[in-house]
Design a binder for this molecule. Structure first.
Ligand code: GAP
Length: 575
């Protein structure tokens, strides 16, 4: 969600995943253990060129990821699908099902570095922080809400009776690591594990008040963790050659502010009227204290954001419309309803200005069963942003909100002074529009689709023998390669015809040509890449001018005329 004390508190408490444990939730890939599934996905991503650790040959850079040849296509397809479905494909003359009225949609591409005052008025400068704790012994730094632990005691202990033993281990190793550390602390042997007494289940460090009896994640002695301190997540940079204090700027931590500060420009330059949305896709940067879980929490990532401007009276209806529409969008591209959770924020979790916020969450395989991680937030932001950029940063504790003042009674952070109100041409009414913000992460989206797509099943090889295959069941719209073209064998004119077909298809579609090795192995490679269709040129093709299309998921082979192939593929991809 956008920044505010409410936002940070929410983030802080939530630790990026919803700790709500839904009893009875059926994990869709029950056959695979959680971490084993994730390890397989990570390994496939590297092996097949979806994702690489950034700067790998120099040892890597934590929190930064590169997309390989397949990954870049997947992420681009995801962003294109979002742009097409939300923005460029929108018909402003038709009222979509569930929408309160017709509406306009336009796009924007604003800069990553913007005037520093923007971040002061938006609240990011003062409030965009996480809480961190430092360990005096190990010299390591941790995010307060990501350190987990358990209260443990031992009847024979002479020192502290009950201590909080912490760890940063992944979910499936957490208990083993806590036990190991507790045994070590109490100077016990593994066979004494039964004598440890646990008080309650594992919980996060932010539930603990007494730090003197905490055993830090990498410490040998108690009480080495400092009290939590704020840590601003914005990356600082300097503009120009002088590099003085006044030249500081920030890499944007969200694309949203670029939209708010262009509200008037867009309105004045396009023939649109409220209600309308401005869509933007682009990089954002956050100096996360503990980036983790593959690309889930990165320091550089991409967002797909809409700021939707509407009349205050209809804003609740628009909020519900966008919340439901965004959930449905993930399902149309292949995420199953069981692995998605729509989580409405409780009143105390809401940002001060917000009357409603919902997160769309996904059951990522690296999370314990029943936990979900945020894919997208849909927030009702009221008039907070436009007013802050007009009048100056608003005081979150006031209601209705007024501009925050400094010791001299002047605005703490001055707004632009520009009029960002809207005048309705028909009614003549002037008002500050309310904003609904569906804010999605392209990297988290790509990761969720990769996780959902990963399957292991059995398929017959060229001798008809069943073999285990890894298949990425990506939606055809998202698949990096839409179709692969193979000559059955490398002779008898088959390669020539296959290359002709390949050249023709390549004009419009991302296709791949392969003539090396047994055809069964070529199929397997495409299954792993998520290619939905394989086209084979065989002996019959030469006489009947037909080819077979093999469906990745059903393994069904259908014969189609070469003349009709492109149209057939397009029909299948878009359906
Ligand atoms: N303008 C509102 C905003 O930025 P957010 O919940 O902080 O709200 C929106 O971020 C989305 O951006 C998240 O739901 C997530 O998909 C993505 N995101 C946020 N931080 C991220 C990170 N460190 N790494 C990857 N994606 C992130």
């Amino acid at each position: 969600m956008g920044v505010s004390p409410g936002f940070r508190t929410h983030r802080h408490r939530k630790a990026g995943v919803n700790a709500l444990r839904l009893i009875g939730f059926i994990f869709v890939k029950g056959l695979l253990s959680l971490m084993a599934a994730m390890e397989k996905i990570v390994s496939l991503c590297k092996r097949r060129g979806f994702l690489f650790q950034s700067s790998e040959i120099y040892g890597g850079l934590q929190g930064f990821w590169d997309y390989g040849p397949l990954g870049v296509e997947l992420k681009r397809n995801l962003k294109d699908a979002w742009w097409r479905d939300m923005c460029s494909g929108h018909n402003e003359m038709v009222q979509p099902a569930g929408a309160p009225s017709t509406f306009d949609m336009v796009g924007l591409d604003s800069t990553i570095i913007m005037h520093p005052q923007i971040w002061k008025c938006s609240g990011h400068y003062d409030m965009f922080h996480d809480y961190m704790v430092d360990c005096r012994e190990s010299k390591k730094r941790y995010r307060h809400d990501q350190v987990r632990g358990r209260w443990v005691s031992h009847p024979d202990a002479t020192a502290a009776a009950k201590i909080f033993v912490t760890t940063m281990a992944e979910a499936d190793e957490e208990q083993a690591e806590i036990q190991h550390r507790a045994l070590k602390y109490f100077k016990l042997r593994p066979k004494d594990a039964e004598s440890l007494v646990y008080d309650g289940p594992s919980t996060t460090l932010d539930t603990v008040d007494e730090f003197s009896i905490v055993l830090g994640p990498d410490a040998k002695t108690l009480g080495t963790l400092t009290e939590p301190r704020e840590f601003n997540l914005m990356f600082k940079t300097t503009i120009g050659a002088l590099g003085g204090e006044e030249d500081y700027a920030f890499l944007r931590p969200e694309t949203a502010q670029g939209i708010f500060v262009n509200f008037k420009n867009v309105l004045d330059s396009s023939r649109i009227s409220v209600p309308f949305g401005i869509a933007q896709v682009g990089k954002s940067f956050r100096n996360e204290i503990t980036p983790r879980n593959f690309t889930f929490r990165s320091r550089e990532f991409e967002q797909m954001e809409i700021e939707f401007f509407c009349h205050p009276n209809s804003s609740q209806d628009w909020y519900r419309y966008w919340r439901d529409r965004r959930l449905a969008w993930y399902q149309t591209l292949g995420l199953s309803r069981e692995s998605l959770l729509m989580r409405e924020h409780a009143a105390e979790e809401l940002a001060h200005y917000s009357v409603g916020t919902a997160d769309i969450e996904y059951a990522f395989p690296f999370l314990p069963k029943g936990e979900y991680g945020e894919l997208e937030g849909i927030a009702h932001r009221g008039d907070f942003d436009l007013r802050s950029h007009m009048e100056g940063k608003l005081d979150p504790s006031t209601r209705p909100m007024v501009v925050e003042l400094d010791e001299l009674g002047k605005p703490r952070h001055r707004g632009s002074g520009r009029d960002l109100t809207y005048r309705d041409d028909i009614t003549g009414e002037r008002f500050t529009p309310h904003v609904i913000e569906p804010s999605a992460g392209a990297d988290r989206g790509a990761l969720a689709f990769l996780c959902e797509a990963y399957h292991e099943d059995e398929a017959p090889d060229e001798n008809g023998k069943l073999q285990t295959r890894v298949v990425m069941k990506l939606h055809p719209r998202l698949a990096p390669i839409k179709a692969a073209v193979f000559p059955l064998v490398k002779k008898d004119g088959m390669p020539e015809l296959a290359q002709e077909i390949y050249a023709e298809l390549k004009r419009d579609l991302a296709v791949f040509y392969d003539e090396k090795g047994a055809v069964g192995r070529r199929y397997r490679r495409q299954d792993e890449a998520g290619t939905p269709y394989c086209i084979t040129v065989d002996t019959e093709s030469l006489t009947t001018k037909t080819v077979t299309i093999r469906d990745r998921d059903t393994l069904e082979q259908t014969r189609v005329k070469i003349d009709e192939l492109a149209a057939e593929l397009k029909r299948r991809i878009s359906s």
